[in-house]
Design a protein around this ligand. Structure first.
Ligand code: MG
Length: 451
């Protein structure tokens, strides 16, 4: 099953689950780009005789049959490398981007590997970097140029998978599940990706490859600079257990201090502790997170709030978030997802809930039931935002935001839901957009704020 298969034959091929798994595993080419497997499932859902039988949760079940592969790609000493690329004079010299000697209150944002050998590292005050490396090339940096290079690199990444998630200016996750037919085995793809970036942009990228994003992210850090670290499927736990605790992604300064206090030096030390004990020492949410992290399992998901029948979605920020507008935008994206799932399931709900996890991992949730079921995306968004603003503690960074609908019931089952005319129109429009997006995922109609 390679090359481009006509879409009309998909239904036959999808019939038995095994062949579906094999199909996805072997990879499949659309025109000249790999086709996202989720998208393939959606096509099947639309084409299948019992339309709608493939729901989101069904898709999740099917995905388990397939070995997932994720790459975390991280450019090496990005700002400094761009400067060395643009200025031949800087090559081979310790380049420190962040500020000039004498600039007050500035810190190093990136140090080239030459500068790192003097002990200079990011987040260090420029004054200290001057002491350690007086002969360094100090630069204030040129964000416009870095963004331009970042776009070039992300463009290359997107040639390898449509399922690309950029998490900062120089890092991204690539879901490369099911691309073997196009690029060969995952490790081969990783090599191709590295050389494409080097040849076309002159930059080096470190790559981690694993069966989940969490382990891939840690693996890329092990391969710096210019490396490729592969954690084989089944080897995630041993890999994690071999690491010191400061490699745990998501365990910040406070957690590290606690590890020290309790004498935990390696992930293996934490591995030996029961989940219950971890929860009592670190709090429930972070305890569960640690328990899973040292086992190389994907980060914890939304399982601590559960209604009888509910749907939910959440978003983890790359940095602790203080910006209310950005949180609202994330909430809008979540509401979008939830509303489409609700339409798909043909359910309705009168109860919305939110979950906020702060930088210190403390988590709170709130819910509200109103007289009328949620009618439209904007209705849901308004309710969720109102809850958020009532509940949110000001001045503390937000790490994760989630929202959901609970006590779901079959659409039309509750009496007295009278939508205003405007709401009915909006509802129809949303339903229509949803149908279009399902049939033509490439078109991806979205609210302007989410682009
Ligand atoms: Mg980097």
């Amino acid at each position: 099953m390679r090359g481009s298969a006509p879409l009309h034959s998909l239904r036959e091929r999808f019939a038995p689950l095994q062949s579906l798994a094999r199909f996805v595993h072997d990879g499949f080419s659309g025109k000249d780009r790999p086709v996202n497997i989720k998208l393939l499932f959606c096509i099947t859902a639309v084409n299948s005789p019992e339309k709608g039988a493939l729901t989101e949760s069904r898709i999740q079940d099917l995905m388990i049959l397939v070995t997932r592969y994720f790459i975390h790609a991280d450019l090496d000493a990005f700002y400094a490398s761009v400067e060395q690329l643009d200025n031949a004079d800087y090559r081979g010299k310790p380049v420190i981007v962040g500020g000039l000697p004498g600039d007050r209150r500035t810190v190093v944002s990136t140090a080239s590997y030459e500068a790192r050998s003097y002990g200079v590292h990011s987040a260090m005050p420029i004054a200290r970097a001057c002491e350690l490396c007086p002969q360094g090339v100090f630069l204030r940096g040129n964000m416009k140029r870095y963004k331009e290079k970042s776009r070039e690199v992300m463009g290359i990444f997107s040639e390898f998978t449509p399922d690309l998630r950029q998490i900062s200016i120089d890092e991204a996750f690539l879901d490369i599940t099911g691309t073997e037919g196009l690029f060969g085995p995952p490790a081969e793809l990783a090599r191709k990706l590295k050389s494409a970036v080097r040849e076309r942009t002159g930059l080096t990228v470190s790559v981690g490859l694993a069966s989940n994003k969490y382990v891939a992210k840690i693996a890329s850090g092990m391969s710096k600079p210019d490396g490729c670290f592969v954690v084989e499927k089944g080897g995630e736990e041993n890999f994690m257990r071999s690491l010191p605790v400061d490699r745990i992604w998501g365990a910040g300064r406070k957690a590290q201090e606690k590890f020290k206090k309790y004498g935990y030096k390696t992930c293996d030390d934490i591995y030996k502790i029961s989940e219950q004990r971890l929860c009592s020492v670190f709090g429930k949410a972070f305890g569960i997170f640690l328990y899973r992290a040292v086992r190389g399992q994907a980060a914890a998901s939304f399982d601590d709030i559960r209604g009888s029948r509910s749907i939910s979605a959440e978003h983890t920020f790359d940095y602790d978030m203080y910006d209310g507008f950005a949180v609202e935008t994330a909430l809008m994206k979540i509401c979008n997802t939830l509303m489409y799932r609700l339409l798909d399931l043909d359910w309705q709900s009168r109860t919305v809930f939110i979950k906020i996890r702060y930088e210190d991992f403390s988590t709170e949730s709130a819910q509200e039931t109103s007289e009328h079921p949620v009618g439209t995306m904007s209705d849901l968004f308004e309710r969720v935002c109102a809850l958020f603003h009532r509940k949110c503690k000001r001045g503390i960074g937000i790490r994760l935001i989630g929202a959901g609908l609970m006590n779901l019931e079959t659409a039309g089952s509750s009496a007295g839901e009278l939508f205003e005319f405007e709401d009915e129109r909006k509802k129809k429009l949303e339903k229509c957009i949803h149908e279009i997006n399902k049939k033509f995922p490439e078109a991806a109609i979205k609210k302007a704020r989410l682009i």
